[in-house]
Design a protein around this ligand. Sequence first.
Ligand code: ADP
Ligand code: MG
Length: 281
Amino acid sequence: MERTPPDSIPTAAPAVGSNEQAREREVVVKAVNLHKSFGDLEVLKGINLEVHFSDVVSVLGSSGSGKSTLLRCINYLERPTAGEIYISGVPMGFRLDSQGQRHSASQRTINHMRQNIGFVFQQFNVWPHMTVLENIMEAPVHVKGMTRAGARELALRMLERVNLLDKQDAYPARLSGGQTQRVAIARALAMEPKVMLFDEPTSALDPELIGEVLATMERLAEEGTTMIIVTHEIEFAHEASDRIIFLHDGRIEEEGPPEQVIDNPRSERCQQFFSRLKHRR
Ligand code: ADP
Ligand code: MG
């Protein structure tokens, strides 16, 4: 896989020296005893999770194990039934008063916090009536209030990161699925979020287009982008992740570096899951 060296991307190059180390220890996403039920169905049964600055964490698990619900709770698309989410230490969806009582956050505060979280879905999230460049400029202009000139310059930098500068004036209908998903990634990056969440970003793609999207995500990982990725692409997860979380029935069944969780899983369930995935190829 050919890649541009990370030092050619000034926006994403992490700071150097002790400053960088301090940032790397920053906990960007924290989930504390997170529960989520839909009616009688308990989908998340107490998830504890810490994702540090520039960590790449892949979440794997069978269909229905709660992976999407976990991502959706992190940016409050789903409201947790119990437990807490913190984004860089700030509670998501609630605030504590001086007596320590919990109150729901306003929709405005939630929307504001969501700007810190980029979300890339299985289904490509782009506007068909806007060019690629306009798609990426849209939120920086309308949500962040950037000037069009500033947003344009930012959008071009993001297009460079997903290797699509040559498509800036194209409409999405003219793009392949892989290119469209890379535009969706650039759109999310343009808000300069603290963390990028990916929910099976390659599951809707034709097999021959999966590689280009995974290559883009690997590049982001190498640049130090903090990411939580739900994927079934086991080789990519092994290659790109600092940590694997194996979710089963709403609980973290196993967690650790890829060499441990994918290559030497402890639990029988995890062993079965990975041997099935490996034999599919
Ligand atoms: P995964 O992404 O791991 O496949 P999901 O988080 O999408 O799993 O779903 C976990 C379980 O929660 C499934 O049984 C699913 O049917 C259920 N579920 C998800 N969203 C809802 C919802 N909005 N209402 C009711 N049940 C839901
Ligand atoms: Mg899902």
